[in-house]
Design a binder for this molecule. Structure first.
Ligand SMILES: [Zn+2]
Length: 317
C-alpha cells in the first residue's frame, strides 16, 4: 500500500477512463441484434432499419405520428378502484403499478385521444405494452368504453391499437369481466353505424384477442405480429406436435382469413386515411396542398372618362 497505488493511480484512471455512454442512447433490436441509435429509431417509428422488426411504440409516439400535425386531445378515462383484491405475488400490486407508472410516465396501460386524420375526425385508443405488458384490467375496460362513447357522441370512427399480454391477473375475475364490457362498447359503435378499426401489434394475446381486438370492421396487423389466445409454446406442449412455420403470426393469419390487411407501421396512416374516408363516405384525400391559383392576366382597361367628356356626351344627346 502506498500513495501512488492508492491515490495517484485512481486519479489518473479517472482522468483517462472513457466516459460511459448512457445506456438509453442505444437500443438493441431483439430480432437481429443490431444496435440502433435512439434518435434514428424514433424517426423510424421504432422499426428496426436492418430487419424491419416492429418494436413497441408508446401510445403518445404513435398518436404523434397518426394525427394531423401530431395534434390530439386526450379523452378522460374514469379511474377504477385501485387494488380491489389486495393482490400480492412477489410484489404488492400497488407497488407494481407505481413502478410501471414511473417507467412509462403514463397513468395506465391505455391512452385514448381524439383528433383528425387527414381532416377526418376520429377517436383513437392505444394500448401500451411497456406498461405491465399492456394487460387488460378495469382501467383498460373503462378506456375502451370511454373511447366508444366519445366516438358515438362525435359520430366518428374508433381506431384501436392493441398490444397485450392478456388480462391483468392482479385484478382476477374483474379483469376478465372487461371482455364482455368491451364487447358491449364495440356493439354501441355498430348500432350507431360507425366504423371500428382494429390494428393488432406485436404481441396481442389472451383475453384481449378473445374480445375487443378481434371485433373490428377492418382487422389490420403490423408485420410479423404474434396474435393468439394461447401462445405457440403452450399449444406445442399440449398437442405435442411441431407447429408450422410462422404459426400465429400476422402473415399466417392473413393467409388463413383471420385478418384483412398486414400493413407496415410507416404506411399505416396512409392506409387508415383511405379506409376511413371510404367508410365515412367522404371523397378521397388530396395528397399535399392544392396548387395555388395562377395569377389572372391583367386586362388593360381604357382610362375612365374625364368629367368634361361626360358633360360633352350629355350635351350631344
Ligand atoms: Zn432488427
Amino acid at each position: 500500500m502506498n500513495w501512488i497505488s492508492n491515490y495517484v493511480r485512481p486519479k489518473i484512471n479517472s482522468l483517462f477512463s472513457r466516459r460511459e455512454v448512457p445506456e438509453n442512447l442505444w437500443t438493441k433490436c431483439p430480432e437481429c441484434g443490431t444496435m440502433l441509435f435512439h434518435r434514428e429509431l424514433a424517426e423510424n417509428l421504432n422499426v428496426c432499419s436492418t430487419c424491419d422488426h416492429h418494436m413497441n411504440i408508446s401510445p403518445r409516439d404513435r398518436f404523434a405520428a397518426l394525427f394531423d400535425g401530431g395534434i390530439f386531445t386526450e379523452v378522460e378515462v374514469p379511474v377504477p378502484l385501485a387494488d380491489p383484491l389486495q393482490f400480492r405475488d412477489q410484489k404488492k400490486y400497488p407497488d407494481r403499478m407505481k413502478a410501471a407508472q414511473k417507467a412509462t410516465g403514463e397513468k395506465e396501460a391505455m391512452l385514448v385521444a381524439e383528433g383528425e386524420i387527414a381532416r377526418t375526425p376520429v377517436v383513437a385508443a392505444a394500448q401500451d405494452f411497456s406498461f405491465m405488458a399492456g394487460s387488460m384490467g378495469m382501467y383498460v375496460g373503462n378506456a375502451i368504453i370511454a373511447a366508444a362513447e366519445r366516438a358515438v357522441r362525435l359520430k366518428c370512427p374508433l381506431i384501436l391499437f392493441a398490444a397485450a399480454g392478456g388480462a391483468r391477473m392482479q385484478e382476477g375475475i374483474l379483469s376478465l369481466m372487461q371482455m364482455p364490457r368491451t364487447t358491449v362498447a364495440v356493439q354501441m359503435l355498430r348500432e350507431a353505424g360507425l366504423p371500428y378499426i382494429c390494428i393488432l401489434t406485436h404481441p396481442t394475446t389472451g383475453g384481449v384477442t378473445a374480445s375487443y381486438a378481434m371485433l373490428g370492421d377492418v382487422q389490420i396487423s403490423e408485420p410479423n405480429a404474434l396474435i393468439c389466445f394461447a401462445g405457440p409454446r403452450v399449444i406445442e406442449q399440449t398437442i405435442r406436435e411441431k407447429l408450422p412455420e410462422g404459426f400465429q403470426r400476422a402473415e399466417y393469419l392473413l393467409d388463413h382469413g383471420m385478418l384483412d390487411r398486414v400493413t407496415h407501421r410507416k404506411a399505416m396512416r396512409e392506409e387508415l386515411v383511405t379506409i376511413l374516408r371510404m367508410l365515412m363516405n367522404q371523397p378521397p384525400a388530396i395528397k399535399g396542398d392544392l396548387p395555388a391559383p395562377e395569377p389572372r392576366p391583367v386586362i388593360d382597361l381604357p382610362p375612365p372618362p374625364t368629367p368634361e367628356a361626360v358633360v360633352e356626351n350629355k350635351a350631344a344627346e
